[in-house]
Write a protein that binds this ligand. Structure first.
Ligand code: NAD
Length: 448
């Protein structure tokens, strides 16, 4: 074995072991920024890359744009050497590069890999031998090998290739899915096991060594595709189970049964049951989107993913169910939805986070408006809301005073900052899509 070929791998191994490996994180959003801070906390020199100049400037001036990450954390990381940049030539200085860019759906509900391909084209010219490149963005099985690696190889002027074997020269590529659950502080990030699929054993070992420095457990799998599929299985499992419980909620409602009481009873079973909760619809950048990455890819194999399609159908219909129940609740008070004043409580797609992506509240507001309701909203995380992917709501947050002026207060997101007994006392009618008013006994509440 030639010394010159082995040297870069040995060097990166020893740099990881000594926490001297320079880590570049591409995409400083909800996933990338916390990951950058975690590596920094553990003593690694970290550089963040983002094409959004506003984010880069905010970070370099010690500020944060994510509510749950205070500016003080950025400032501490800066003292440890963290910096942000939009200059890809600095990729060359990195030992490991972790890609955390978005993977949305396009207007035809198909995977939009443009952020991954854009990143690959931007970093390819700056790659050097021995570097480790890890993709963390959620995507369909095959993306790392069929999309990322060919672009990295094609764009590299030095002709470097993704190395499969220890003896091969080149860079090393792995896929490792992000498993963060925003707003859930019950499991520390480092206690969430990290699944890793390397393109070849060396890449897998290097990625395991790197992540093993900050996560308490790594879970190596045999290939990037197995790791990509693992992430999709986890999210499809959630999506299907949420759809199931959303469907059973609607049936229970007709049968006069409280689904939340049923779930609480069922979850006392010590095996074979995991509690999922119904709601006004799916939101976020993961559960409403990721399953469709797989159903799209499945078509290439002449396969229909029927559970995914069905779950999507049920979950997408939930905002319409909320509108139906709100209309009925107003009707019971001899009021039409058309012309009624409705206050939507909570815009975020789930409790206590500042993320609006795919939030069902946006669809609900749009549907209420289409039906002639006069809609206001309150959400402590959003002073205003403008043009989004689907809707241009153009609204500002209404203070939580004078609740009696609304014909209906509609709880869409159960933020813990809200004082629900007081909201019920002051409102004429409360439609609760989250069981936020559990334990409050009032004829003003309609739970749906
Ligand atoms: N948010 C979550 O809870 C979560 C959880 C698990 C997995 N994921 C996955 O992680 C990935 C990232 O999600 P996110 O929520 O952090 O997205 P995000 O939109 O919050 O952040 C992505 C960042 O990437 C930047 N970016 C886009 N193109 C770029 C490029 N070419 N070069 C550099 N930066 C670029 C954007 O400016 C943005 O700052 C997605 O694939 C998502 O499915 C997200």
């Amino acid at each position: 074995m030639s010394k010159t070929i082995l040297q870069p791998v040995a060097e990166i191994r020893s740099r990881i072991a000594g926490r001297a490996a320079r880590v570049g994180i591409i995409g400083l959003g909800y996933v990338g920024l916390p990951l950058a801070l975690l590596f920094s906390e553990e003593g690694f020199p970290v550089t963040g890359f983002d094409i959004d100049a506003v984010k880069v400037a905010a970070l370099n001036s010690g500020g944060s744009y994510i509510v749950r990450i205070p500016g003080t954390e950025i400032q501490l990381a800066q003292k440890r050497g963290f910096k942000a940049t939009d200059d890809y030539s600095a990729i060359r200085e990195m030992d490991a590069v972790i890609i955390c860019v978005p993977t949305p759906l396009n207007e035809f509900h198909e995977p939009d890999l443009s952020y991954i391909t854009g990143t690959a084209r931007s970093i390819a010219p700056h790659l050097r031998e021995g570097q480790l490149i890890v993709l963390e963005s959620t995507t369909y099985p095959g993306t790392t090998e069929e999309v990322l690696i060919p672009l990295l190889e094609a764009g590299n002027a030095a002709g470097l290739r993704a190395a499969r074997e220890e003896q091969e020269a080149g860079f090393h590529v792995a896929f490792s899915p992000e498993r963060e659950d925003p707003g859930n502080d019950t499991v520390a990030r480092r206690n969430i096991p990290k699944v890793i699929g390397g393109f070849g054993a060396v890449a897998g070992d290097l990625a395991s060594a790197l992540y093993g420095s900050i996560f308490n457990r790594t879970v190596p799998v045999s290939s990037p595709a197995a790791a990509e599929m693992t992430k999709l299985l986890e999210n499809i499992y959630r999506c299907v189970n949420i759809a199931l419980v959303n469907e059973l909620k609607q049936l229970s409602h007709r049968m006069g049964i409280d689904i939340f009481e049923v779930i609480d009873a069922a979850k006392t079973k010590p095996f074979g049951f995991q509690a999922f909760y119904p709601g006004p619809g799916l939101g976020g950048h993961c559960i409403p989107i990721d399953p469709f990455y797989l159903s799209w890819k499945a078509k290439q194999f002449d396969f229909r993913t029927r559970f995914i399609e069905l779950a999507g159908e049920v979950n997408i219909a939930m905002p319409y169910y909320v509108i139906e129940k709100t209309t009925e609740a107003l009707n019971a008070q001899r009021k039409p939805l058309n012309g009624s004043k409705v206050l939507v409580l909570g815009l975020a797609y789930k409790r206590d986070i500042d993320d609006l992506r795919e939030s069902p509240s946006l669809t609900i507001i749009e549907l209420l408006r289409q039906r002639g309701a006069e809609v206001s909203y309150n959400d402590p995380y959003f002073p205003s809301v403008g043009r989004g992917r689907q809707y241009d709501l153009n609204m500002t947050c209404t203070p939580l005073d004078n609740l009696a002026q609304y014909d209906c207060v509609l709880i869409v997101t159960d933020h813990s900052a809200y004082h629900y007994p007081q909201i019920v006392t002051e409102s004429q009618l409360v439609v609760d899509t989250r069981n936020a008013t559990r334990g409050i006994d009032s004829p003003k509440i309609v739970r749906c």
